[in-house]
Design a protein around this ligand. Structure first.
Ligand code: NAP
Length: 551
């Protein structure tokens, strides 16, 4: 390149604004995608709204936050060196350790240099003429990218508290999902936790240890099973580390991306004594093993009732006050139809003198005052700190935040107003060259998320390589393939008890009450088999084009 007098000379610091692939979000998916696509020879650039890598593990730094998949399998097994050298402390590592791990992975794979931190993508407009996305950021940046890869996660747009009067509250309030990166004083404080999903269930026992008084505001009780967390079995980890490459195919063969013992018998094939023995065994194993006691517990109400009764018994045994125990027991929906919570001493926490369960079912929070929380019955609960654990705008929240527009000016959620429609969760008709990693229609949040991310990104990488090798530069699914896949996603969930229960995985059409289960419940193993078949058949279901003269 030549330059004339007066023009700045091109140096090594030349600011590039066009990339083959822009990656949005630098959590476990983004870190992997950046290094993977770069290794495949694509120019990449990442954007991350936070000041560092980590994604959910950056933002969810609330006391008690930890993963509920065993560290053995919640690791980047694509990197045997990292796997072998990392010494996880616990079976279910806590947020600080996972964040350190992701930072170490980002450093080892040198991805930080590709990422603009503290920068949120606020617009991604598809330009059909230029065959690229025009990307704008909240720092005033303008970029273009041939491919837009969303590694922004499915649970990354927190539901903000909208309670009347919150502005007037004189104490402090925080969200579990956006816990600040500074010390939040909890010791000796009067604390309220609002929300008893997975986040609340993890935070409550830890906050109870330090609070002078803890009010737990529960609208809907959730089923929770013990984690049985403890130090990692380093001998077992060492054995796995000796042959890390063997782990990956095993994870892909499993329905959940974790090699668990899957049941082989329906409850009706067992005597009541055998059923109880299995329940006790799964309870002792803890965590998501408890979804796998009987083959039919997710579909057969009678079987599910057996599991429910067992958990009710465990709650009664753990909680001293029978009235409190009763409030903690979900009674109007099947177990497993909302995501199981995994806890450490959750139910026993309600035996503490400083912990009070406030049942707000039918007695909702009315407003917030300078001093605390007022429920519909007029009771005021005075507190110093309010912890909101209200959940997320799942699946479409982060896409909406990014403001991705097709050539008609629509966002994916405009087109998905009757439920998501995708091909393999990865792409949607009308949005060429957009890849949604772990999107609705893929196993997504139903499987080990690190496996979901890596599997999806590997598939996208193969697809992009296939295109490059053949001179294609535009891809979107055919309507036929998308319709067939969407139909299949609906079909495999149609017999599940969980389809009819309110929870963030179900999209409900309010006009006719029809329901769409958003992630793919067919299992990781089935999904992988379908992806392999698609690859073997020249990426059938995708429509490739060569637009303009360049790739
Ligand atoms: P969540 O499961 O959606 O729970 C949100 C809670 O907030 C529910 O108890 C909900 O009550 C309550 N809530 C919402 N709005 C409310 C209001 N206006 N008034 C009173 N209560 C209100 O959210 P989450 O606990 O953050 O968990 C979300 C997902 O994140 C999990 O399912 C899991 O996939 C993931 N996660 C994983 C881990 C882990 O790996 N260990 C930990 C945390 C989160 P209702 O049920 O009545 O609406």
């Amino acid at each position: 390149m030549t330059h004339t007098q007066g023009e700045p000379a091109a140096t090594e610091t030349t600011h590039h604004t066009h990339f083959d692939a822009v990656i949005v979000g630098a959590g476990m998916g983004g870190i992997y995608a950046l290094q993977h696509f770069r290794k495949l020879g694509f120019s990449v650039h990442g954007f991350e709204a936070a000041s560092d890598v980590g994604g959910v593990w950056y933002h969810n730094r609330y006391p008690g936050a930890r993963v509920d998949v065993e560290a053995n399998y919640y690791s980047y097994v694509f990197d045997p060196e990292l796997y072998s050298s990392w010494e996880w402390k616990e079976r279910y590592p806590a947020q600080p350790e996972i964040l350190e791990y992701l930072k170490a992975a980002a450093d080892k794979h040198d991805v930080r240099r590709e990422i603009e931190f503290n920068t949120r993508v606020i617009g991604a407009q598809w330009d059909p003429e230029a065959n690229q996305y025009a990307i704008t950021t909240d720092t005033g940046g303008s970029y273009t990218a041939r491919y837009l890869v969303m590694t922004s996660g499915q649970l990354s747009k927190p539901k903000k508290p909208t309670f009347e009067g919150l502005d007037s509250f004189k104490g402090e309030w925080v969200q579990t999902s956006a816990w600040p990166d500074r010390h939040i004083e909890t010791k000796g404080k009067r604390i309220a936790v609002i929300g008893t999903g997975s986040s609340g269930v993890q935070a409550i026992p830890v906050l109870a240890e330090v609070a002078s008084h803890l009010y737990v505001f529960q609208r809907t009780p959730n089923y929770s099973v013990p984690a049985h967390n403890g130090p990692l079995d380093s001998k077992r980890y060492g054995e796995l580390a000796e042959n890390v490459r063997a782990i990956w195919p095993e994870l892909l063969r499993s329905p959940t991306g974790v090699p668990l013992d899957f049941p082989t018998k329906a409850a009706s094939e067992l005597t009541p004594e055998e059923q109880q023995a299995r329940l006790e065994h799964s309870w002792a194993e803890g965590a998501h093993n408890f979804n796998l006691v009987f083959t039919d517990q997710g579909r057969n109400k009678e079987t599910n009732d057996i599991v429910v009764e067992f958990v009710h018994k465990k709650i009664r045994e753990a909680v001293d006050d029978p009235a409190v125990a009763q409030l903690l027991m979900p009674t109007d929906y099947p177990i497993g139809s909302r995501r199981l919570c995994v806890d450490t001493d959750y139910y026993k926490t309600f035996n503490r003198k400083n912990v009070e369960l406030v049942n707000i079912k039918g007695n909702e929070i009315d407003h917030i005052t300078e001093q605390g929380i007022v429920t519909a019955d007029g009771n005021e609960y005075q507190v110093d700190l309010i912890v909101f654990a209200l959940g997320f705008n799942a699946f479409t929240g982060a896409l909406d935040n990014t403001n991705i527009r097709n050539e008609k000016g629509e966002q994916p959620s405009d087109i998905w107003n009757r439920g998501p429609r995708t091909y393999l969760g990865l792409q949607t008709v009308g949005f060429p060259n957009l890849f949604v990693i772990t999107g609705p229609g893929s196993p997504s949040v139903l499987a080990n998320m690190i496996v979901s991310n890596v599997q999806h990104i590997n598939f996208a990488g193969e697809l992009l390589t296939y295109m490059r090798d053949r001179g294609f530069n535009r891809v979107e699914p055919t309507l036929e393939a998308q319709d067939a896949w969407t139909e299949h996603v609906a079909e495999v969930s149609s017999k599940l008890l969980r389809l009819n229960v309110e929870n963030y995985m179900v999209h409900v059409n309010r006009d006719d009450g029809s329901r769409v289960f958003q992630p793919y419940v067919g299992g990781m193993h089935t999904f992988v088999a379908k992806c392999d078949e698609v690859i073997a058949n020249d990426f059938e279901g995708f429509d490739f084009q060569q637009v303009g003269g360049t790739q």
